[in-house]
Design a protein around this ligand. Structure first.
Ligand code: PLP
Length: 399
C-alpha cells in the first residue's frame, strides 16, 4: 500500500539531523493536498476508489484495507514511535485484539498484573477459549517475568506506568531477558513524547489513541507500531481480515490532536507535578503516587526511562479511606468524575468501583489498588483552578 509521506516530512532527512519531536508530530505523514494545496489533510470519507484498469490503482482500493487519512495517521505514529510502520484500529481494544490474533492455539502470553481491565477481560474470556494461555506477573519484577517465560511464550505485554498504581516496569531490563519473546508496551499513558519503548528494546507498541494521542475526549481509537516489517505485515493482514481499521474522520481528529502532543504532554506533566506537590503537603492526604515526586518509590527509574517529564496521571488516597474517597468524588465541581483519561479536561476516577470493579477485591489489594485510591487525569486548565476544586472537595470529604 502506498503512503502519502514525503522524505522531507517523515523525519529522516538524508545527510541532515533528525527533526525534533514536536516538528515530527506536526509534519510526519502530512503534506498539503496535491489538488488544492489545503494545508490540512482532507478527510477521505470514501468507501472505495475508482481504478484505472484491472489491477491499476493509486494504492487504495477499499477503505477496510486502506484509506489515505488513516495511512497519514499511521505514518505519523510510526515516525513518532520510531517503528517501521503502524496499523490503526477502531479502538485500543481492537488493537489489542489484533495483537492477540498473532497467537495460535497452545501459545502463552505474559501480561502485567496491573493493566487496563479490558485487557485481561479480552484474554481470559475470549482468547483463552481458543487455547491461548495467559499468565499475570508483576512486570516491575524482572526476575519474576524471566521465570515465567516458557518454551511456548510468544509475548510479554506491559503497561508502564501501571494504571492506577503508577508502578513502573523497566523496559530496557525486560528487553535484555526476553530472548525471542516479543516485548509489547502499551504506551497509552505516556506516549512517545515521554518514552519511546522501541528505543529501549521493545518490539511492538500499542496505543489507545482515545487518550493522550487524540487528547480531546472526542474519539475512540487504537494503534500498533512495530519494529519489524514481518510483524507489521501480519498486523496489517489482521486489520483487513478482521475488519477493525480506524475510521477516516476519527483518524483526522487524531492527526489534529497529535499536532499539539508535545505541548500538551509538557503542560499535563507540569500541572500534575504541581498538584502532586499540593496533595503531598495536605494534612488529610495519606498517600500520593506520582513518578515525578522524589518520594516516588521508583523515582530513579522514572528519571532514567522518561524524557524529563512524567505525565499527567497521579493517584492519591485520603485519610478516611473509601468513605472519604467517594464523598470527595461526588463533591467536585470543575473536575469531572469520569472513566476516561488523557484529555484536556481534568477527570478523576475511583478505580475500586469504576475502572477496576471487575477485579476481585483480593487481587485489587494485592496489586496495590486500595479501596480509597483516587486516580486523577490532570488536564490543561489553569492549575490553580484545579487545585482549588480539589481543595474544596477534600474539605467536604474529610470534615
Ligand atoms: C492503557 C490502556 N490500554 C488500552 C485501553 C483500551 O482502549 P479503548 O478504550 O480505546 O478501547 C485503555 C482504555 O482505557 C487503556 O487505559
Amino acid at each position: 500500500m502506498t503512503t502519502i509521506t514525503t522524505t522531507r516530512q517523515n523525519g529522516k532527512r538524508k545527510g541532515k539531523p533528525d527533526l525534533g519531536f514536536a516538528t515530527k508530530a506536526i509534519h510526519a505523514g502530512q503534506r498539503p493536498d496535491p489538488t488544492t494545496g489545503a494545508i490540512s489533510l482532507p478527510i477521505y470519507q470514501t468507501t472505495t476508489y475508482a481504478q484505472e484498469a484491472v489491477g491499476v490503482n493509486k494504492g487504495f482500493t477499499y477503505s477496510r484495507t486502506g484509506n489515505p487519512t488513516v495511512s497519514a495517521l499511521e505514518e505519523n505514529l510510526a515516525v513518532l514511535e520510531k517503528g517501521v510502520g503502524a496499523a490503526c484500529f477502531s479502538s485500543g481494544l481492537s488493537a489489542i485484539t489484533a495483537l492477540f490474533s498473532l497467537l495460535s492455539n497452545g501459545d502463552h502470553a505474559i501480561i502485567g498484573n496491573v493493566v487496563y481491565g479490558g485487557t485481561p477481560r479480552l484474554a481470559d474470556n475470549i482468547f483463552s477459549r481458543f487455547g491461548i494461555k495467559f499468565s499475570y506477573v508483576d512486570t516491575a519484577d524482572v526476575d519474576a517475568v524471566k521465570s515465567e517465560i516458557k518454551g511456548n511464550t510468544k509475548l510479554i505485554l506491559i503497561e508502564t506506568p501501571a494504571n492506577p498504581t503508577l508502578k513502573l516496569s523497566d523496559i530496557q531490563a525486560l528487553s535484555e531477558i526476553k530472548g525471542e519473546v516479543k516485548l509489547v508496551v502499551d504506551n497509552t499513558f505516556y506516549t512517545p513524547a515521554i518514552q519511546i519503548p522501541i528505543d529501549l528494546g521493545a518490539d511492538i507498541v500499542i496505543h489507545s489513541t482515545t487518550k493522550y494521542i487524540e487528547g480531546h475526549n472526542t474519539t475512540i481509537g487504537g494503534a500498533i507500531v512495530t519494529k519489524s516489517k514481518k510483524d507489521l505485515e501480519d498486523l496489517k493482514y489482521i486489520q483487513n481480515a478482521a475488519g477493525s481499521i480506524a475510521a477516516p474522520f476519527n483518524s483526522w481528529l487524531t492527526i489534529r490532536g497529535l499536532k499539539t502532543l508535545d505541548l500538551r504532554m509538557k503542560k499535563h506533566s507540569e500541572n500534575a507535578l504541581a498538584i502532586a506537590e499540593y496533595l503531598e503537603s495536605h494534612p488529610k492526604v495519606s498517600k500520593v503516587l506520582y513518578p515525578g515526586l522524589s518520594s516516588f518509590p521508583q523515582a530513579a527509574l522514572a528519571r532514567k526511562q522518561h524524557h524529563s517529564v512524567h505525565g499527567g496521571m497521579l493517584s492519591f488516597e485520603l485519610k478516611g479511606g473509601v468513605k472519604a474517597g467517594l464523598k470527595f468524588a461526588s463533591s467536585l465541581s470543575l473536575i469531572s468524575l469520569a472513566e476516561n483519561l488523557g484529555a484536556v479536561e481534568t477527570m478523576v476516577t475511583h478505580p475500586a468501583t469504576m475502572t477496576h470493579a471487575a477485579m476481585s477485591r483480593k487481587s485489587r489489594l494485592a496489586a496495590g489498588i486500595t479501596d480509597g485510591l483516587i486516580r486523577v487525569s490532570v488536564g490543561l486548565e489553569d492549575v490553580d483552578d484545579v487545585i482549588s476544586d480539589l481543595d474544596q472537595a477534600i474539605k467536604k470529604a474529610t470534615t
